[in-house]
Structure formats: structure tokens, C-alpha cells
Design a protein around this ligand. Sequence first.
Ligand SMILES: C[S@@+](CC[C@H](N)C(=O)[O-])C[C@H]1O[C@@H](n2cnc3c(N)ncnc32)[C@H](O)[C@@H]1O
Length: 290
Amino acid sequence: MLEHNTKIFPFSKIIATGNPKREISDAELDSITNAVKTRYGIDFTNYEKASLKRGFARLIQKQGLGDIMGLWSKIMKDKDFLLQYIDDLTVNLTELFRNPEIWIKLKEDILPKLKTNPKLDFWHAGCSSGEEVYTMAMVLQDRNLLHKSTALATDLSATILEQAKKGEYSNVLVNRYLKACKQYCPNSKLEDWFEIGEHDSKIKEKYKKHIQFLRHNLVQEPMNKKFDIIFCRNVMIYFDDVLKMKVLKLFHSCLKEGGFFIIGYYDMLPIEHRSLFELYDSTTRIYRKK
Ligand SMILES: C[S@@+](CC[C@H](N)C(=O)[O-])C[C@H]1O[C@@H](n2cnc3c(N)ncnc32)[C@H](O)[C@@H]1O
């Protein structure tokens, strides 16, 4: 039985100390990620250790599981548990028009370069609750390019993808987004993009039609399409350098010739990325396929 095999299950120290708040050790982390891989086929083994530990700690606290042993037994007993709460392991933070200067750069420089293409294809890898893919739809509409665009919006989490598909956000959140929207376009009004309800606002249908939402694990699953721009912002922060290179190769193979690759402000790329991409604009972290 797994529970009694201390090689696979090195949690005896927790029982001895009885301290649920102490940090998760590397050995515990390895064994829990191996268990998750075996049980769910989701591979977190090359995720950055510190952020994954924080993620597991968050999950333990939010679900009242006490300590890593509680998490372990929950995972063993309840097959759907982790899939349901996977969002707690990663961070889903996102915004409409996050880092407005990127969208201005797209409007003023990148999209004019692509506008004569007969069709435009975009991939938002790690799209979270959808704000990024809807922002791009608004920019495309603004540039009169939405009609010939398709977007693929993928995420590891099925729960967050459901939210993304709905495109419905609380009015508190939407009003918070307005400042960044106005930086992109000072005359922008929420009514242009949303059906405003009493408590929530819903993205208008015309900004959704071109989007395909798909559950996809960047680390393990192939992608056989080609894109003009790939967005992978604030996702690779969880990956170690080995994993980053693996997904960078995937992105490289999925870009059309001269295609653009956009990462987050806190994403650090391993030096080997230079064989695949050249820096196009350092301020906005935009790269181009070599
Ligand atoms: C911080 S959000 C980024 C959202 C958006 N790209 C942005 O920057 O506003 C990170 C997202 O990456 C997703 N993610 C983490 N690991 C992933 C993987 N292996 N494959 C696909 N998505 C992943 C998480 O589920 C989460 O929704």
C-alpha cells in the first residue's frame, strides 16, 4: 500500500511533529507530484518548486486538509478532487488590457505588419478566465481585422476555461478594468464590449465567435496548428528551465514564418531561447521566430 511505503510517502515527520504549517519539503513535493502524475496524468514534475509548494499549501489551507498528508489521502480517495481544484495550484490572475502598452504596440506596429495576410491565427496559451483573448478581440475589432481572425484559447484548468467561455465578469471587476481600457483607447466605453447587467457584464457575442476554447496541457500535449502570434504570458513562471525549453520548442514549431511570441513581464527565458527567437521589443517582451 502506498500509505505505508516511506520511499513513496515520506510524510512520517509531519505525523511526528504534528505541525501543519511547516514548509513542504522537496521530498514531499516530489512524491505528491509523482502521485498526481500517476493518478491524473498531469505532470507537474518540472514546475518551479517554490511556486508549486505555495500552490499546494494554498490548496491545503483552502480545503481545510490540515497538512500534506491530508492532501495526499484526499487525492487517493477522491479521484475528481484535484481536477476540480487545480486552479489553486497555479495562479489564474489576469485582467482586461493587462499591461496596456502591449496592446498599443500590437495596434500601432505589429497588426499593421500582418494586416494584408488573408487570415490571422492567434493562440492564447494559459488563457485563464479569458480576459486576454477578449482584449485581443477588441483590438482586432478596433483594427477591422476581427472578421478574418481565429483564436485558440487554451488552459490546463477545465474550471477556469468554463469561466472564460462564459465571458461574464462581475461589474466590480469590469469597472476595475476600465482604467487600462482607457489607456488603450481613451474614448472606450464598457457598453461597446459588454452587455451590462445589474451585477455582472457579459462580453458581446461578436467578440466570442472566432474563439475556440480548449483544455490543453502545454507541458504534455502536442499542438499541430500554426499561428501568427502566440501569447504565453505569466504561465512559464511556474516552469523550470528544462520545461521552459520544451514549451519554447513547441511554440517555435507552432509559429508561422516571422510569427510573434509574447511573454509576461515576469517571465524569464533560459539563454538557449536565443536559438529559437529574437527579441523584437524589450519593453513589451515581444519576440519573433528565428
Ligand atoms: C496567471 S494566468 C495567466 C493568464 C493570462 N495569460 C495573463 O497573463 O493575463 C496562468 C494560467 O496558466 C495556466 N497554466 C498553468 N500551467 C499550465 C499548463 N501546463 N498548460 C496550460 N496552462 C497552464 C493556469 O491554469 C492559469 O490559468
